[in-house]
Structure formats: C-alpha cells, structure tokens
Design a protein around this ligand. Structure first.
Ligand code: SF4
Length: 714
C-alpha cells in the first residue's frame, strides 16, 4: 500500500479562465474515490472563486476510464485489449510504413488544449523535428486560431496583452461574441461584483445575437445579425472618428496603416452599419459614445468572433479601435481574447498549431526553423519549410486517401468538427486511426483502430497557461487508472522506439516532466513569451506566475500587461491597422434555408461532455439540447414550445426539442454543441455546419449555417 494521498493545488482543467483549485483526497471510508475540489484562495487569477464545472471535477476523474491499450485491424470488429508493447509496436510500424509509402505528408496528429505544455512541446519535437512532419494541429484551431492570427497580424505576436485585474479597472467593458456568464463564469462573477461594488463606474456593452445571461446584465445590448461583427466594428470606428476620439499622438508614434483603415471606416456610416447588422442606429451611437468617453476601455471576445470565416479580420477590427483610441498597454484597457480551453495558451507557446514552432515561432520563418533545428540537435533543413495541414485540411487529406495514419489525442473531433457526416466518411478512409484518450466510449473511439489509454489532468505533472498568461504547475496527485500513461510519456516512448533514443530519454514521472519543461522554456529566450525564468521547482515553491518571465525575474515579477511601453512585437515596433472590408456570413440565409443557426455552450457542460456528462448534477441541470427559436419564426415554421423540430441544412437533418424565446433575434436559431451521437439524447448540431474557414487563421465558421425548420414527432 502506498502513502496516503495528500491535498493538492492545480489549475482547473476546464476553461481558459484557469482558476486555481484545491483538491482534497477522498476519505478512506468513501464509497467512491471522489476528490473534493474548491477554489484556491492563493491563486492570483481566481482568488478562491470557482464555478460549477470546477467544483464538480473530482466526480469526473475515476469512472468510465480507458485502462489498457486496445486494438482492432478492422472497424467492424470490437476493440480488444493488447499490451503496451504490442500497441507501441503497431504505432511504430504504422508510422514507418506510412513514411515509406507516402512520406511525411501521409502522417497527421490532432491534439488538444487539454494537453499540458509538456505534451504539446514533445509532440512538436517528435513530429515537426524528428519526423519532418508539420501536420500537427490542435483543437485550438476550432477555438482560438483567429485570435492567434489577429494578434500576430496587428501587434506582431500572439499573446493577450491584458490581465484579469483590468476587469476591476476598466470604465467601459465591451463583450463581443462571448457569453462570458456561461463560458467564463468566474471572470463574469468578478465583473458583476465590481459593478455591484462600484455602481455606474463601469459601463457594460454586449454585442451578441442572443440575449444571453451576459447580454441580459448589460447596460447596452446590440443584438446583431450573425456574421456582421466586422461591419459593426467599422460603424463604431466611423463614429469614433466623428467624435474626435482619436489619440492622434499614439496613432502617429506607434502605428502604421491608419490612413487606409480611416478611408474604409469613412464608408461605414452608422446608418449603413446599423442596417447591415440589424441593430438600432441609436444603440450603435450610444456604444460609440461610451467608447469615446471611456478613459479605460477593455474589450473581450471568444468564439462568437473567432469561429467565423472572417475571424482574423474581426480580431484585427477590434484591435484597430484600441489603436485608434490609444486604449492598449495600460491598466484597464486593451483587446482581450478569452481563451476557450485550459491550456490552449500553452499550446500556442509550445508551437501546437500546424503553422507554429515552439516559442511563438513560425514554420515559414527560416531563422525560426534554424533555431529549433539547433535546439533539437537536428541537421540544418530538417524541419519542412511548408506549414502543416490544419485539422480541416487533415480531414480533406483523408477524404482524398492521402493519409496513412491519423493520430487524435485528448479531443473528440467526431462531435466537435463541422459537417460531421463528411468527417466520418473521410476518417473511415484512413487505414490507421490512433486515439489517445482518457475516457472510454467517445464518438471518436468508434472510428479508431488503436486506442491508447491516457493519464489525464491530476494523474500527470506539467504546466498550463491561462488567458492572462499565467502559468500554473499541475502536479500528479492521483494514480492513473490501470495502465494509462501521460501523453508526453507515450510520445517519449515512441520517440525512443523510432530510434531517437537520446533525444527522448526522459524518465516517466515528475522528473521527466520537469526536464521537458526546462528544455521547452530554454527555447523561449528572447521571444515575446520568454519563460526562461520559470521551472517546475519555482512554480511549486512560489505559485503561478505570468509571462514574460525571463531568467532572473523574481517570483511575482512577471508582466501583468504587454506593450506598456507601446513598443509592439513588429520589426519596427509599430502596431498595424488593417483595413479589411466586411464579407458577412459565409453561408447566408436564402429562400430554401431562411434562418441562421448559431451554436454555443451551456454553463454546466464542457465541449463534448466526455467529462461533464458523467456528473449527475450537471446532467440534471442541462438534461438535453434545446433549440432556441424566436416566437415569430416558431409560428412561421409551425413549432410549439416543448415540441420537436427538424433542423435541416444543406448537409444534414437533425431533431431537437424547441424552446420558444424572445431572447434570440428573429431569423436566428441556437443550439448547444455538446451532445454527440453517444449521448442518450443525441443532438449533433455540428452535422449541420459547413466547412468554410477564415483564410488567414484557417478557423472554421462554426457559428453560422443556413437552416430551415419543420415540426416533427421524435
Ligand atoms: S471558470 Fe473555468 S477555469 Fe474557473 S472553475 Fe469554472 S470552468 Fe474552471
């Protein structure tokens, strides 16, 4: 019998707020080994606050787990248990035979914002470095890649420049495309508390097609037509120019491109913008007046902006307004992307998207490739100069029969990708699908040949970075079930079996994780995300720290904000205005499909419910997906409240229970995206969605598809 488990501290493994949790072990007499979670008062990002998901995470850790590797040669057969040796040899054989027959373009991996940074870093080292294969992408592609692209495009580097304290300091907060109350609840509670404490000191403007819980609490709600965010931002910009709200000294000294953007904004009168967006002119004028009068303007956004075919341009559109008014790089002000997943930020730092390399580097940059080749001891030219395939490009490659091996880790793309029927058919063409996963029975397991049981958060050691660039050490405080292993340990084992013995000689345990972390942070030296002063030891001793945190930084001495000197990460230090004309939704409504379906999330559920679907309390709070329909649209379609509707798009038809509400604008309907085919009451919203992506960020437009409704019996 081992030593009794002790209490632990870690970052919550759900959303990108990244709250601190204190975990207490189950009592020896407990019927089930449920760890009890509560908010960690010592965590600077959350100060002891926690939402229902974080508070119930202990109940999700032990049940329904994969405990042994599984294999089948044919998807028509059941998966059967095999040893780790057999599983790894099958993986090695699959990689070698694919490389021999199709080259490195025949391989692809699809990882996750649930990865620890150590998992991410080692996947980049193995794939992009030692296998010469850049086709590693992560589910951040569906979530934050427009923010990555927009920040890089406008400011010269990725990285949110703000911090959570700014919510307490701003006098105007603009929330655009974010249902913060349900998706980032602890930040939302902080903002509400501030508004209660200091009534009238902080105006709240919400821009969202639905009257969400967030919008209901706003001083001003602009319920715009989905897909018109960029037009609305230009209308706001037009009016800021009229107001004389331009910080001319800032624009002249610290930016480029204002003339072209001004010329575009001049074309977007408030009347034109209001008409395109379907909002009242008076509301647009009021929003612009609030911004113009604000001393400290903070904007925040998430999927409603990012999941768009013009997501990157919209992010730059938000940043344009901050540059115009000098509202950046100072307390209470700035453009703040609220990250979806717990460690999507760490993934960006570690190079975990198909166009990136570790340390906020780009594959397309020869100098960046050379730096990683030297760091990894590879020959010059070992890293392919061509950026890898995004996840949708991986799907298309499978559809064309070009992939010999697709490895999915810690994510469930057979629920979360758009146009799921097409995805399923494409994946079925891939001769070897590998899944590393913690939980049994996911929709993606149904198409896998080889399943590797993964240790998850709480069972492996590593770091995560939250939305305000704060890095938290998450220690292993539970024993993994059965034979489950950390993702980074699986990657290291694979590297050694492929013959890269010295480069992947990490021990399996906390010391190995610390060594990987040390190797990773060393390559961030001099980069915008410099973390060379961080180590597992420092984080364990002094708690979470914000980057930049170069070597020699004292604990607590990381930067709360970026660009406080107004020198941006571009070659000349100036930020850039971008003049992108709005294109609107990629699939607008038409006579056959007259409504726009938008998708989103419920407070109590997380992504595809692999965790939260196991918590009785959360299932009880959100028993099924509800199709929100405006009363006028319900009458037109012959629907009744609580009845059933067929929802048809050009790609599929699904059935959903109807909720008639005037909280959604006419012409728009809403579904949550959580319920996959394996749920007792499935409602696969993403079967309906199209595949059109933002050309700059390659992020799919998951927020809008044209649909029609009809009444049905279930
Ligand atoms: S707000 Fe996000 S990070 Fe915080 S407890 Fe809830 S799910 Fe976890």
């Amino acid at each position: 019998m081992g030593p009794a488990p002790t209490a632990a501290r870690a970052q919550c493994p759900y959303c990108g707020v990244g709250c601190g949790l204190e975990l207490r072990p189950p009592a020896a007499s407990a019927a089930e080994p449920v760890w009890v979670a509560r908010g960690d008062r010592h965590h600077p990002s959350s100060l002891g606050q926690v939402c229902v998901k974080g508070a119930t995470v202990g109940a999700t850790l032990h049940g329904g787990r994969l405990t042994t590797p599984l294999w089948r040669a044919d998807r028509r057969e059941p998966l059967r248990p095999v040893s780790w040796d057999e599983a790894m040899e099958r993986l090695v054989d699959g990689i070698r035979s694919t490389l021999a027959s199709r080259g490195s373009d025949g391989l692809a991996m699809y990882g996750s914002g649930q990865f620890l940074s150590e998992d991410y870093y080692l996947a980049q080292k193995l794939f992009k470095g030692f296998l010469g294969c850049n086709h590693f992408d992560a589910n951040s592609r569906l979530c934050m890649s427009a923010a990555v692209s927009g920040y890089s495009h406008s400011l010269g580097a990725d990285g949110p420049p703000c911090c959570y304290d700014d919510l307490d300091l701003a006098d105007v907060v603009v929330l655009i495309g974010t249902n913060t109350a349900e998706c980032h609840p602890v930040l939302w509670q902080r903002l509400l508390k501030r508004r209660r404490r200091d009534p009238g000191a902080c105006r709240l403007i919400v821009i969202d097609p639905r009257r969400t819980a967030t919008a209901a609490a706003a001083d001003l709600h602009l319920a715009l037509q989905p897909g018109t965010d960029l037009a609305l931002l230009l209308g706001l910009g037009h009016q800021l120019l009229r107001h004389g709200a331009v910080d001319r000294a800032f624009v002249a000294a610290h930016t480029h491109g204002a003339e072209a953007w001004t010329a575009l904004a001049e074309e977007w009168s408030v009347a034109r913008s209001a008409a395109v967006c379907g909002v009242a002119e008076a509301d647009l004028l009021a929003a612009a007046a609030a911004w113009a009068q604000g001393q400290r303007v903070l904007s925040a956004w998430s999927m409603g902006v990012n999941q768009s075919s013009e997501g990157s341009a919209t992010v730059s559109g938000i940043i344009n307004l901050h540059l115009l008014t000098g509202q950046i790089g100072r307390p209470g002000a700035g453009p703040f992307s609220l990250t979806g997943q717990p460690n999507a930020m760490g993934g960006r730092e570690a190079g975990g998207l198909a166009q990136l390399l570790p340390g906020y580097r780009a594959i397309a940059e020869p100098q960046h490739r050379a730096e990683l080749e030297a760091h990894w001891g590879l020959a010059p030219g070992a890293i392919d100069p061509k950026p890898g395939r995004s996840v949708w490009e991986q799907v298309l490659a499978m559809e064309r029969g070009e992939l010999g091996l697709w490895w999915v880790a810690a994510t469930n793309p057979l629920v979360s990708l758009p146009w799921l029927d097409r995805v399923r058919q494409a994946v079925e063409r891939c001769p070897l699908v590998v899944l590393s996963e913690a939980y049994a029975g996911t929709e993606t397991e149904a198409v896998a040949h080889l399943v590797l049981p993964a240790a998850q958060w709480s069972e492996k050691t590593g770091v995560m970075t939250n939305s305000e660039r704060r890095v938290t050490l998450c220690p292993a405080f539970r024993t993994p079930p059965g034979e489950a292993r950390a993702d980074w340990a699986i990657l290291a084992d694979l590297g050694r079996r492929l013959g890269f013995t010295d480069a992947f000689a990490y021990s399996e345990g906390p010391a190995g994780a610390a060594a990987i972390h040390a190797e990773f942070v060393a390559i961030t030296a001099g980069r915008p995300c410099d973390m060379t002063g961080l180590s597992h030891g420092l984080l364990a001793a002094h708690g979470p720290q914000q980057w930049p945190f170069p070597a020699g930084t004292a604990p607590g001495g990381g930067s709360a904000r970026l660009y406080t000197d107004h020198r941006f990460a571009t070659p000349d230090g100036r930020a850039r205005f971008w003049a992108d004309a709005p294109g609107g939704a990629a699939e607008p409504p038409c006579d056959d499909y007259p409504l726009v379906l938008t998708v989103g999330r419920y407070l109590g559920h997380w992504h595809t419910m692999t965790r939260t679907g196991r918590v009785e309390r959360l299932r009880h709070e959100h028993p099924e997906a509800l199709l929100e329909v405006h009363p006028g649209d319900a009458i037109a379609a012959g629907l009744c409240d609580g009845g059933w509707a067929q929802v048809c798009s050009r790609r599929a038809t699904i059935t959903a229970r109807v909720l008639i509400t005037d909280g959604i604008r006419p012409g728009t309907v809403f579904l949550p995206m959580h319920w996959g085919a394996s749920q007792p009451n499935p409602c696969e919203a993403n079967r309906l969605m199209h595949d059109l992506c933002c050309p700059r960020s390659r992020q799919p437009e998951l927020k809008g598809a044209a649909v029609r409704l009809a009444p049905t019996l279930r």
